[in-house]
Design a protein around this ligand. Structure first.
Ligand SMILES: O=P(O)(O)OC[C@H]1O[C@H](OP(=O)(O)OP(=O)(O)O)[C@H](O)[C@@H]1O
Ligand SMILES: NC(=O)CC[C@H](N)C(=O)O
Ligand SMILES: [Mg+2]
Length: 489
């Protein structure tokens, strides 16, 4: 799940893009990049690493221009190489830089089509470079360069690109173009700031990016909608395709997004608290006479839910695991060996919170089981009498194909296993998962703001459709085994 941001201001925007990327860092730790547009040039700096590693003072000083875009990457297609860091750039037409959050599921066919039919070469394995070339091809030949022509080009992208995508692009001589896939699977939000020189606009994956940069959240970009902010700061918006069913990715609320973000007008923090409430109620239904002494969250992402589980059960909430703040998120690391090592480096128990107690550990989700397996073991070694485990999301049984790197069913601990088998594998005394209807209701909230979700990793229903060969191909290219083989080359 990458993070994207775009700003059109009245002064140089690179420093603000940098600040925005810093707070979107949780969405992608592998690579980062910024492109700014001067009057006659696009300036681009990108590379592998955290935002703070990729940019130093010298790099930042070069990045002039009052329009720009930024990206932090969590690879879901192609390689982890720095040539696939984003934004990507094409010089024709006009000079366009583009950054993308999501995944195209027809990238191979498009790549072929671009070469054979549009005479364009995509020089990496990245689906985002494919998307850029489709957009560039659709822009080529449209005159004059204006918001109108950009909207027509985005309509062309919608006709051709299938999958989950939220996109920011800067077009030299025009300004900023941003759009969201027809099902609104990936998030994109619009912000505004009024200054002495007039209004300034920003778009970002999550509203939290605005907090640090002084923008106010205006609204979410709608599924199938494009926004163009021209160099003079004028905002244009257009529905460029008949929207499909709006199915935002439910995993954003479960894990990816920061709790201090609003996505599709829903507070992630509140959604997680409601997940905890529902989960607590389910535990009470299943075990009215439970013997739990303490509820312990698995930091970071489960905290909101765990606190509410404790409230519903009416028992103590204790921080039993201390997180090393210098270790990043383990789930979005590229290889299983690195993920497994990082759990122990990242989390350490406080034994007195475990000794002789019956503990209920709460996590937001169990995907490969890397975290929970080790955490249960740590809780036992720290002296817990019994270790129960609760997941605020249902079992993850299906691959994600819209921008989360869960390519292979075989890597998922819940694949072809029932809950008692998973319980044994994780080594806990009792395992309880949230039900999908409860999760969806928790996110939707009392105002029922959303009716449908992309819950494909839980129920195997893919809103864009996907052929079995696609899953096979993704598994072949992106399983942990395939990635390890590539790294060994
Ligand atoms: O079953 P797994 O494959 O281990 O994946 C699930 C775990 O990974 C994530 O944590 P992560 O460490 O990435 O980030 P966090 O600090 O935000 O919780 C998530 O919150 C779960 O703890
Ligand atoms: N997680 C994402 O949004 C990834 C974007 C793109 N598919 C890449 O791999 O770079
Ligand atoms: Mg976690």
């Amino acid at each position: 799940m990458c993070g994207i941001i775009g700003i059109v201001g009245h002064q140089d925007v690179a420093a603000q893009l940098y600040d925005g990327l810093l707070v979107l860092q949780h969405r992608g730790q592998d690579a980062a990049g910024i492109a700014t547009a001067d009057r006659h040039r696009l300036l681009l700096h990108k590379g592998n690493g955290l935002v703070s590693d990729v940019f130093d003072d010298a790099a930042m000083r070069r990045m002039v221009g009052h329009v720009g875009i930024g990206h932090c990457r969590y690879p879901t297609a192609g390689s982890e190489g720095d040539d696939e860091a984003q934004p990507f750039y094409v010089n024709s037409p006009y000079g366009i830089a583009l950054a993308h959050n999501g995944n195209l599921i027809n990238a191979d066919a498009l790549r072929e089509e671009l070469f054979q039919q549009d005479r364009r070469n995509v020089n990496t394995e990245s689906d985002s470079e494919v998307l850029l070339n489709v957009f560039a091809h659709e822009m080529a030949g449209l005159e004059p360069l204006s918001a109108e022509t950009a909207f027509r080009a985005v309509s062309g992208v919608y006709r051709r690109c299938v999958g989950g995508y939220a996109v920011v692009a800067t077009v030299l001589g025009l300004g900023l173009v941003a759009f969201r896939d027809p099902n609104g699977i990936r998030p994109l939000v619009l912000g505004k700031r009024s200054g002495a020189s007039g209004d300034e606009y920003a778009v970002a994956s999550e509203s939290v990016a605005f907090d640090l940069t002084g923008f106010k959240r205006v609204r979410d970009v709608q599924p199938g909608e494009a926004i163009v902010i021209t160099n003079d700061g004028t905002l244009h918006a257009r529905q460029c395709v008949t929207p499909g069913t709006h199915t935002p990715c439910i995993f954003e609320y479960v894990y990816f997004a920061r709790p201090d973000s609003m996505i599709d007008d829903i507070s992630v923090h509140k959604a997680r608290m409601r997940m905890g409430q529902k989960l607590g109620e389910k535990i009470l239904r299943l075990r009215p006479d439970h013997d739990i002494d303490t509820v312990i969250p698995i930091p970071d992402s489960s905290r909101d839910a765990a606190l509410e589980v404790a409230n519903v059960l009416g028992i103590k909430y204790r921080e039993g695991f201390i997180k090393n703040r210098y270790v990043g998120r383990t789930f979005i690391m590229p290889g299983q060996e690195m993920r497994a090592k990082s759990v122990r480096r990242k989390l350490n128990p406080i034994p007195l919170e475990f000794r002789n107690r019956v503990v209920l550990l709460v996590d937001d989700s169990i995907v490969r089981g890397t975290t929970s397996r080790q955490i249960v073991q740590m809780a036992r070694e720290a002296g817990a009498r019994k270790v129960y485990l609760a997941s605020a999301a249902p079992p993850v049984r299906h691959p994600n194909i819209y921008g989360i790197d869960m390519p292979s069913r075989e890597e998922l601990i819940a694949h072809q296993r029932d809950e008692s088998e998973i319980e044994k594998l994780l080594g806990c005394d009792w395992l309880v998962y949230q039900d999908l209807t409860d999760l969806e209701e928790a996110v939707s909230g009392p105002k029922q703001r959303l009716e449908h979700f992309d819950s494909s990793c839980f129920n195997g229903e893919y809103v864009t459709g996907a052929a079995e060969e696609y899953f096979e191909r993704v598994r072949r290219l992106r399983s942990d085994e395939a990635k390890a083989d590539r790294r060994a080359l």
